[in-house]
Design a protein around this ligand. Structure first.
Ligand code: ZN
Ligand code: ZN
Length: 636
């Protein structure tokens, strides 16, 4: 019945197949033996000690003891294949109980497919499989992603009448969803709807989540008669993995309100969602839960915290956590290197990378994105060239678009525009328009009208609907005072009816997230916000600030053009921050687009005049405004 496979690891002596006494080995033997001293989930060493005692007491030939020994091995957190097999092979006439437990051991081992061989031996010996046999066997098929074998086992389940066994059903639902056959899972789930427990619902929920069918998952979640921590964690992870970060955080909040204790997976997911959105208060809340519930600082939890603090603008806190982590893996290091780079701490990121190498780690693609980013943010051209070479020549890492992006950014900002062009032209894969766009930005900074014109026109051809390119090109002309060309490009942009990405800024206050768009008048405290904006405007003007005309032009593509610069979304968010935070408190903003030049100047001034630290995360980096300066040193 089963597909042809290589020589089985399991074999059975002939006499076992015709043993008439197999039923004599009861599954409920009362044991007054070393086995009774084992805890419910014994470690391998504990099991081995008991095994030794059985041998010493001369009980090794007792099939019942060995069967129970296998049962305790199956419950161990890790089950080595060779060891369980060696025990099983000492049993002359394995009972169904021993065989089931051997299947269970195999299901957890690195060779789950072997359980199918054992199952056919069971049938060959005329043993009658029970519900445990199928539950364990289907678990093994799920682990091996053995859909063909699994479907045949399903046929046996139907034939032998185990369709109404809830454990078997759960294992079937899990099998199909593990093998990407969620429609089959759904069919099993919908048959016998009286026969479901919380695991059945959870398996169906996980099936939809795995398939990215969040709408279906939500429906299952809403209909569940009871939910446990697994149900919540599956739903929260489903949202976050699907990019629905706010829904994920909302779901977590709901779970907390019900008084449930989160598990580690939930906390890691919530930290990741907070990091992606830059929501420090949310992230801090998750951190306080980790502390108050005394969660052990595992590698994944520690890494998630390091990443969250770095992405929410608290690089010092992130560093502290990283240095205090009891254990770190490569992703912890990657998070820290990338974090330092995004905060413009290039030298520190490179020093950390060198330590990472000294500790014997092998860098991966992401590590080099951090390293090259660090060079690019800090303008370390020679270092950038060195690491770019190192990554391909020494570590044999394939160059990806992101690596090129960092390099082009680094070279073109530092004025090596020709070298950047050469790099792009030598690429094997067609370059992402973003690379050209980076070059276009550099042409603007360095006033290279001719090259800028060439690249700008190329980009408009490649992607005529993105207005950012027109805006950049227009501002290159504006800088060169070629006003006729400015008008021409702007007219072209209007004709193409380009799509704008709406700009927004977020600020967290009093447990809520407040989102602003440019010229926003929707906020409940809008009147006060605009009054504050006036006050800010007067005070910074007194201190010598004047709006930048060229940036108004530049900014057309980034925020709605009908709005004046001073009503850009981050200005509104800052004004709101001034209203609701205590004097001297840091104001943290997350913005989806690049900060414009004028807002950058104004933020510097605000930080000086009002003596406030302002941290803005824009789409690619952090700006720490303090005492009239920005951490990016006006290089962004
Ligand atoms: Zn702006
Ligand atoms: Zn800055």
């Amino acid at each position: 019945m089963f597909a042809k496979r290589p020589k089985p690891l399991l074999s059975f002596p002939k006499q076992q197949l015709s043993n008439p006494h197999f039923f004599f080995f009861s599954t409920h033997t009362t044991l007054h033996s070393p086995l009774s001293s084992l805890p419910p989930r014994p470690s391998i060493n504990q099991t081995k000690q008991v095994h030794a005692q059985i041998i010493v007491s001369g009980l090794a030939a007792n099939a019942s003891f060995t069967g129970h020994l296998l049962a305790s091995l199956a419950l161990s957190p890790s089950t080595p294949f060779a060891y369980s097999l060696s025990i099983f092979q000492t049993i002359q006439y394995p009972s169904l109980f021993a065989s089931n437990n051997m299947i269970r051991c195999l299901a957890k081992s690195e060779s789950p497919r072997e359980s199918v061989v054992l199952y056919s031996c069971i049938l060959g010996r005329n043993l009658i499989p029970n519900n445990h046999t199928y539950t364990f066997l289907l678990q093994a098929c799920s682990k091996a992603l053995a859909i063909c074998e699994g479907a045949q086992v399903h046929a046996h389940v139907v034939k032998l009448g185990f369709c109404e066994d809830v454990f078997v059903r759960n294992a079937l639902i899990h099998l199909y969803s593990a093998c990407c056959r969620v429609e089959c899972s759904k069919r099993v789930f919908e048959e016998n709807d009286h026969c479901r427990d919380v695991v059945t619902w959870n398996s169906m929920l996980a099936g939809f989540v795995r398939d990215g069918r969040i709408g279906d998952a939500e429906k299952v979640f809403d209909e569940m008669p009871e939910r446990d921590v697994i149900s919540w964690s599956t739903m929260i992870m489903g949202y976050v993995q699907n990019g629905q970060l706010e829904e994920g955080l909302e779901c977590f909040k709901e779970m907390r309100e019900k008084g449930l204790r989160p598990n580690e997976a939930i906390l890691v997911t919530v930290l990741s969602a907070s990091a992606q959105m830059g929501l420090l208060e949310n992230g801090r809340l998750a951190h306080s839960i980790v502390d108050s519930l005394n969660f052990p600082m595992t590698v994944s939890l520690g890494t998630a915290l390091v990443d969250m603090y770095a992405k929410c603008g608290c690089i010092e806190q992130s560093k502290l956590l990283f240095h205090n982590m009891p254990r770190r893996d490569i992703s912890s290091w990657n998070a820290m290197i990338c974090g330092l780079a995004s905060h413009g701490l290039g030298k520190e990121a490179l020093a950390l990378f060198e330590r990472f190498i000294d500790e014997g780690f092998h860098p991966v693609s992401v590590t080099f994105i951090g390293v090259l980013n660090a060079c690019s943010r800090a303008g370390l051209v020679n270092e950038g060239r060195h690491y770019f070479k190192l990554m391909t020549e020494k570590y044999d890492i394939e160059l990806e678009m992101e690596h090129y992006g960092c390099m082009v950014d680094l070279l073109s900002r530092a004025g090596f525009v020709d070298e950047a062009v050469e790099l792009i032209e030598k690429m094997q894969a067609p370059p992402d328009p973003v690379l050209w766009a980076t070059l276009l930005g550099a042409c603007k900074i360095h006033g290279s009208v001719e090259l800028g014109e060439k690249i700008g026109n190329k980009l408009i051809q490649l992607d005529p609907t993105y207005d950012g390119h027109y805006v950049q090109l227009a501002s290159i002309y504006a800088k060169a005072r070629k006003w006729e060309d400015v008008v021409r490009v702007r007219r072209l942009m209007v004709e193409q009816n380009t799509n704008k990405v709406a700009g927004w800024s977020l600020i967290e206050a009093q447990g809520r997230v407040h989102q602003f768009v440019a010229g926003d008048r929707e906020h409940e405290r809008s009147l006060e916000i605009y009054n504050m904006l006036e006050t800010i405007g007067t005070r910074i003007a007194e201190a010598g600030y004047s709006p930048k005309i060229s940036s108004v032009l530049h900014d057309i593509g980034e925020e709605e053009k009908e709005n004046v610069v001073k009503e850009h979304s981050e200005r509104l968010a800052i004004a709101y921050g001034m209203l609701v935070t205590k004097v001297g408190d840091c104001i943290r903003i997350v913005k989806n687009l690049r900060v414009c030049e004028d807002c950058h100047e104004a933020s510097k001034m605000i930080s000086k005049v009002f003596d406030r630290e302002i941290i803005v995360r824009d789409y690619s980096r952090f700006h720490h405004f303090k005492e009239g300066k920005c951490s990016c040193l006006d290089y962004w």
